[in-house]
Design a protein around this ligand. Structure first.
Ligand SMILES: [Zn+2]
Length: 204
């Protein structure tokens, strides 16, 4: 481990552990019962646990490049995001799935401008799943709005793809599961929420 990680662990043991020990012990004894599954980007600046100020046990988090949810494809191949969704929804029975995009997303930028030359094995095909949709949508917007519109489009697309999973669609239809989309501004710390009108509006 780097010094940063060791130092952080020591702070955790000294400061947080004494205060939160009972909470961890209860989670160990009773198991986890997170209320929300979050699909977020791997970007180091948009950490769901920090932004939602949550405690251990509250969020079941899936992070990947550009907060993408692929469509339902039960083909026996290696689907990490879908595996997390299946476990979170069918076993943990989360009540909410939140897809959170963010500003300055490198993955979304790769959809617009191509992936870095040394990221062709995995990043390029991964972001390509959303790139045609994103490029089509941003055509109608001025250059200074393209990044933001693209980031919002990816959140909408991921939510559309969530509904291709039959056990997600069924639970949503039954009123047992709520799907929502968010965008985190990073520089201003502001969260915007996808409304029923398909627009993103600043959270009050
Ligand atoms: Zn990102």
């Amino acid at each position: 481990m780097t010094d940063e990680l060791t130092d952080g662990y020591h702070r955790f043991r000294q400061n947080r552990w004494p205060a939160e020990r009972a909470e961890y012990e209860a989670l160990a004894a009773n198991g986890q019962k997170p209320h929300t599954l979050v699909v977020a980007c791997s970007d180091s600046r948009a950490d769901p646990a920090l932004i939602f100020d949550t405690a251990p046990g509250e969020l079941f988090v899936v992070r990947n490049v550009a907060n993408l949810v692929p469509p339902y494809e039960p083909d026996g191949k290696l689907h990490g995001v879908s595996a997390a969704l299946e476990f979170g929804v069918n076993v943990l029975q989360v009540k909410r799935i939140v897809v959170m995009g963010h500003a300055f997303c490198g993955g979304v930028n790769a959809m617009l401008k191509g992936s870095p030359s040394n990221c062709q094995d995995f990043v390029a095909p991964w972001v390509e799943q959303a790139a045609p949709t994103v490029r089509r949508v941003v055509e109608d917007f001025p250059a200074d709005q393209v990044e933001r519109v693209a980031e919002e489009t990816v959140v909408r697309l991921s939510i559309d793809n969530l509904r291709t999973f039959p056990w997600i669609a069924e639970r949503e239809a039954a009123g047992d599961l709520v799907l929502s989309g968010l965008h985190f501004g990073i520089a201003d710390g502001i969260l915007s929420k996808l409304t029923s009108a398909k627009r993103f509006e600043r959270l009050g």
